[in-house]
Design a protein around this ligand. Structure first.
Ligand code: AMP
Length: 448
């Protein structure tokens, strides 16, 4: 029960108004420690309720009578505009019965309007690092009296190249009394370095056992012969599955646009989101999806970051994500806060090994599904290794017409095979699982 926490009654009233009954595991673990003022490092995915886990303790610290504001007391840094906007909404909902004021600073919004907002000095400032630094450099922002600093989705901020910007902003808060760092993954050396620099004697709460993720989401794979066949399967799923809202993930912008075009041609109400879409498009897509005017979103990973849309209950991986963490982020869109969800990955020959790596990473075996009406010929590799990956088949030499050559040439030696450039999915993943060894160029994050 939320009333078990030492929270101010006005906050409990807001919690009740929002019809939150039971705290989620991350809230149960983090709120008491955060209320004590402890530094926290929390590993928890989006959708776990982590926002309330840091927002409620911050509000509890700042709650009090109406007064003239002289300084920003809390700063919340996030990687994307959408996430920042959603966090502002959450803060406003929880602070509705208090005098606490919050403000938002992200890219894509009017600089001067933001500067005017800063002159009124919000108690809580929420924003993305790039624009916050610009406001700081323009002399519009004073963070010297910040008491609480939150780095949300810190792993993602590092992935997006914000490491130096974040560090600079952290340095601007020398008088902070509490720092909380949230990440969806345990992160790499970059995250460890940041943790060492910004946190002080922090408690590490690890809520994100990947194998326990999304217990309410069924995870299925459907094999496909090629991309056109995948499109047929998508059509079948959209026409026959029961869902409120669906999201289709692709690895490239071009494929997202292509699928979107096909859907619109069939009169589906859909939207496409990728890194080339501007802020207005993104807002519109998310609003329409929330209002229910649009039921299908086609998106790349970068664009879908931080999406929190109620009723998003079907995720289709048109392309298999390139890492286990990315898979977790994608299916984290569904089955949120205890709702049922369905995640379906479409697997061609070239996707198989990536899929089995994700299965091993999650320590789960996805349900194999066949749809009679759109069944193809590919059903997975003939032989698989103990790891689940396909046993490689030696290609026979053929001439340009596809006829087997009778040259009598010797089979290539092992050394020659080893020296060949690797082009299959295997070359994208390391031996132990998911850390990509050689990635294709990722989609550039939208500038903040
Ligand atoms: P978050 O992980 O913070 O993005 O939260 C995911 C969604 O769950 C948001 O829509 C929250 O409003 C909702 N939520 C968070 N905590 C609870 C709770 N204790 N009960 C019901 N819904 C919640």
């Amino acid at each position: 029960m939320f009333s078990d926490f030492a929270l101010h009654e006005r906050l409990l009233k807001a919690v009740a108004e929002l019809k939150f009954v039971e705290p989620t595991p991350v809230q149960a673990a983090a709120i008491p420690l955060a209320l004590e003022g402890r530094d926290l490092r929390v590993t928890a995915q989006t959708g776990s309720g982590k926002t309330a886990a840091f927002v409620l303790p911050i509000l509890n610290r700042l709650i009090g009578p109406a007064k003239i504001r002289v300084s920003i007391k809390a700063l919340i840094l996030l990687p994307t505009r959408e996430l920042a906007q959603q966090t502002l909404k959450e803060v406003e909902r929880f602070s509705q019965f208090t005098f606490i004021k919050s403000g938002l600073i992200t890219g894509g919004e009017d600089f001067k309007v933001q500067a005017a907002m800063l002159r009124k000095v919000p108690d809580i400032l929420i924003g993305t690092p790039g624009r916050l630094l610009e406001q700081l450099n323009a002399g519009n922002l004073d963070l010297k009296e910040v008491e609480v600093l939150v780095l949300d989705e810190a792993d993602r901020m590092l992935d997006m190249g914000f490491s130096e910007d974040v560090q600079r902003l952290v340095d601007e808060c020398p008088n902070r009394q509490q720092t909380m760092l949230f990440s969806a993954t345990t992160g790499g050396s970059g995250l460890r370095e940041m943790i060492g620099k910004v946190l002080n004697n922090a408690e590490h709460l690890q809520l994100n056992q990947v194998s326990q993720l999304n217990a309410t989401t069924r995870q299925q794979v459907i094999t496909a012969d090629h991309n056109q066949h995948k499109e047929q399967i998508v059509n079948w799923l959209l026409a026959n599955e029961t869902y409120q809202k669906a999201i289709i993930f692709t690895n490239t912008r071009a494929m997202a646009d292509r699928i979107y075009g096909r859907l619109v041609a069939q009169d589906y109400k859909a939207f496409v989101l990728h890194g080339e879409k501007d802020q207005k498009d993104r807002k519109l897509a998310i609003d329409r999806l929330k209002q229910g005017g649009v039921k299908i979103l086609v998106a790349t990973d970068v664009a879908a970051r931080g999406l929190d849309v109620d009723g998003l209950d079907m995720v289709i991986n048109f392309d298999m994500p390139r890492s286990g963490d990315e898979y977790v982020h994608r299916i984290g869109r569904t089955g949120r806060a205890g709702n049922d969800g369905l995640a379906i990955s479409l697997i061609c020959h070239g996707d198989w090994n990536l899929m089995s790596s994700v299965e091993r990473y999650l320590k789960q075996s996805f349900e194999r599904r066949t749809i009679k009406e759109v069944k193809g010929t590919y059903g997975g590799p003939k032989n698989v290794k103990a790891s689940g990956k396909a046993v490689g088949v030696k290609k026979k030499k053929t001439d340009a017409k596809g006829v087997k050559k009778k040259t009598g040439a010797k089979a290539p030696t092992k050394r020659k095979i080893a020296n060949r450039p690797k082009t299959d999915a295997l070359s994208l993943v390391s031996k132990d699982g998911m850390a990509p060894l050689k990635r294709r160029k990722p989609e550039a994050p939208a500038a903040e």
